[in-house]
Design a protein around this ligand. Structure first.
Ligand SMILES: C[S@@+](CC[C@H](N)C(=O)[O-])C[C@H]1O[C@@H](n2cnc3c(N)ncnc32)[C@H](O)[C@@H]1O
Length: 218
């Protein structure tokens, strides 16, 4: 289906995503997949053709996966980790060669090791952080910190309407406690709902391998 603006509308993908949302709203965390505009903002400035290892956490039905696969080098290792089995089936159908694992982002290091890798240059996350309790946020963030290359970049997004939620504010503080640079993109109004991207780099290396402390809930 092609609307007047020429951008392909993936009806089947939206339907599959919505069905996953109905089955587990807290885990899926959105009614529909992210837009192509948000997908581009998530990988803006990435040198994907030169990247050795790339990880996607919470790919859903593949809104970011497609653009990553289009740009990534032929020899790169690309791993996707998705908790929802139906989304994993959709991903396998859409991208037959994708290394997608039906497991939690918390096990990212095990799957990197399975591919003979310790760290990724880029980690792209679609995880619904604002729905996650602080302990879960911290556990997954510690894995991301351990699995990101020293010169790597981590991107994730947040919905504007959910910014006031305690867990969303907590997540922002968590990012700032783990990365020296946390940039935010302009709001992407074309996404439904409107969202922006966090682009994080320069890990605080002192936290790696140590038990990280909570940035505190205010
Ligand atoms: C907001 S949706 C984003 C999907 C997709 N990236 C997009 O932007 O359209 C969040 C996705 O994260 C997945 N998810 C939630 N918790 C997860 C976890 N611990 N490990 C892996 N995937 C998870 C959900 O199943 C869902 O597909």
């Amino acid at each position: 289906m092609r609307p007047p603006n020429g951008i392909e509308f993936d009806f089947a993908g939206h339907l599959a995503f919505f069905q996953s949302f109905l089955r587990d709203p807290a885990i899926v965390g959105a009614l529909s997949p992210s837009s192509p505009v948000l997908a581009r903002a998530m990988i803006d400035g990435f040198s994907l053709s030169n990247a050795d290892t790339v990880v996607e956490l919470g790919p859903g039905t593949g809104a970011f996966t497609g653009p990553i696969l289009e740009r990534i080098g032929r020899l790169a290792t690309f791993i996707a980790m998705e908790l929802d089995p139906a989304s994993v089936r959709t991903l396998k159908r859409r991208f037959p060669d994708l290394n997608v694992y039906n497991d939690s982002a918390e096990r990212m290091l095990d799957y990197l090791a399975l591919h003979g890798k310790k760290r990724a240059k880029y980690i792209v996350s679609g995880l619904p952080w604002a729905n996650l309790p602080i302990d879960d946020q911290m556990r997954i963030m510690d894995i991301i910190v351990k699995g990101l290359s020293p010169d790597g970049v981590f991107t994730t997004f947040a919905y504007v309407h959910a910014l006031w939620l305690p867990n969303a504010r907590q997540f922002r503080r968590l990012l700032k406690s783990r990365f020296a640079h946390v940039e935010t993109s302009p709001v992407i109004w074309a996404n439904l709902p409107p969202a922006f991207v966090y682009r994080c780099s320069h890990l605080d290396r002192s936290l790696i391998g140590h038990k990280a402390t909570s940035p505190g809930v205010r």
